[in-house]
Design a binder for this molecule. Structure first.
Ligand code: GLA
Length: 418
């Protein structure tokens, strides 16, 4: 009897082990299928939606890929090239999804090959409903078939949206929907990042990490500083309204499961200060850094913001903590992000239209992250300060810091224990 149990156990173990090797655990209903290790730090890349909407084709994607390489943005870390809505054509007679033949005449496999040959990754978009938000074919009922197809094309990243999933009591269960796509990815045999995009409607920070590697926390971003634009049943928001919804979620984000305050509008905002602040705060939040602007036409100033290696290092710090709002006034805020080896990043955000002189008297403040148990002991330990924008030394914490921050701009400092 013991031997029989042993054999049954061995056989069961062998099945599970081979299922893991094959990336498929279909024998255990309800289990999460997520492929771990694909997003140890927040994903970085580009997505077509914010700047181009539905107006995309293969020439644009190739040009963008080339510009990511020639501008140095790929080497700065922006490796994912993500097609958003509207790449789709119709399904064929067997239900296989196809690219729009007019806009992508060379096909998706060729596009994936083009990206991979340049050291880039291939991202695609679909939707958990019957149709995408722009009315293209959705993946509901086709999840496994679509994931297999994406795998054949060499896709590395799927953004999975939430339009046309039904209304009220008839609405699709979001956990079921994202679990199904997660399983479909595992069954396809190709590791793909799953970007959960249900706009924060169902508190995805509580459950989406079982299935995906990042989850949208809000409705859509738009390229304004402090506006909200209604579209009937939904609204889009600018940088500050989105930022204001993030602090309460910081405990949920981390390795392989990131809070996603949406793709960046850096390059699409009217002033350099606003673009700088937006980038600085997304870096501080440990947000995915997905460029949403025109890369071939990017100005050198915007490229310099996006490629700032000190800001990127703050975002990509392996500790994986998002920033907390440390000190807040109606006009300005100071955010603090714990980093590895007891280092910290501090951002001084000027929300308003007047320049601000912002001071920190280190001896008089306490910096404690109660959620994750990090603290800076300014009384016992001093830290050097580096201006993260310029790379210049900015003194140390033995002397109070005063920084003049222009309207809507953000100063960022890195603190290293001496
Ligand atoms: C939704 C998403 C956006 C974008 C569009 C495409 O609104 O939230 O990010 O993908 O759909 O139609």
């Amino acid at each position: 009897m013991r031997r029989l149990i042993g054999r049954v156990f061995q056989a069961a173990f062998a099945t599970v082990a081979s299922a893991i090797v094959l990336g498929s655990l279909s024998a255990s209903p309800g289990a999460a299928q997520k492929i771990e290790g694909l997003a140890p730090t927040p994903p970085m890349g580009w997505n077509s939606w914010n700047h181009y909407g539905c107006n995309i084709d293969e020439a644009l994607i190739r040009e963008t890929a080339d510009a990511l390489v020639s501008s140095g943005l790929r080497d700065a870390g922006y490796v994912n090239v993500n097609l958003d809505d509207c790449w789709h054509g119709e399904r064929d007679e067997n239900g296989n999804i196809q690219a729009d033949p007019e806009r992508f005449p060379s096909g998706m496999k060729a596009l994936g090959d083009y990206l991979h040959a340049r050291g880039l990754k291939f991202g695609i978009y679909s939707d958990a409903g019957t149709q995408t938000c722009a009315g293209r074919p959705g993946s509901q009922g086709y999840e496994f078939q679509d994931a297999r197809r994406y795998a054949e094309w060499g896709v590395d990243y799927i953004k999975y949206d939430w339009c046309n999933t039904g209304e009220g009591a008839e609405q699709r269960n979001p956990r079921e929907a994202y679990r199904t796509m997660s399983r479909a990815i595992a069954a396809s045999g190709r590791p793909m990042v799953l970007s959960v995009c249900e706009w924060g409607d169902n508190e995805p920070w509580l459950w989406a990490g079982q299935y995906g590697h990042l989850w949208r926390t809000t409705g859509d971003i738009i390229n304004c500083w402090d506006c909200t634009v209604g579209h009937g049943a939904w609204s889009s928001s600018g940088i500050l309204p989105i930022l204001d919804q993030q602090d309460k979620l910081r405990s949920f984000g981390g390795r392989d499961g990131w809070n996603d305050p949406d793709m960046m509008e850096v390059g699409n905002l009217p002033t350099l200060a606003e673009n700088r602040s937006h980038f600085a705060m997304w870096a501080m939040l440990a947000a995915p850094l997905i460029i949403g602007s025109d890369v071939p036409g990017m100005t050198p100033e915007i490229t310099a913001i996006l490629a700032n290696k000190r800001l990127i290092a703050i975002n990509q710090d392996p500790l994986g903590r998002g920033a907390m709002k440390w000190i807040a006034t109606p006009d300005w805020e100071i955010w603090a992000k714990p980093l590895t080896d007891g280092e910290w990043a501090i951002a001084m955000l000027n929300r308003g239209d007047e320049a601000q002189s912002i001071s920190i008297d280190w001896a008089a403040v306490e910096l404690k992250d109660d959620t994750f148990g990090h603290r800076a002991e300014f009384a016992q330990r001093s830290y050097t300060l580096t201006d993260a924008w310029s790379g210049k030394a900015a003194g140390d914490t033995r002397t109070a810091l005063t920084s003049k921050v222009a309207p809507r701009d953000t100063a960022v400092f890195r603190l290293r224990p001496i």
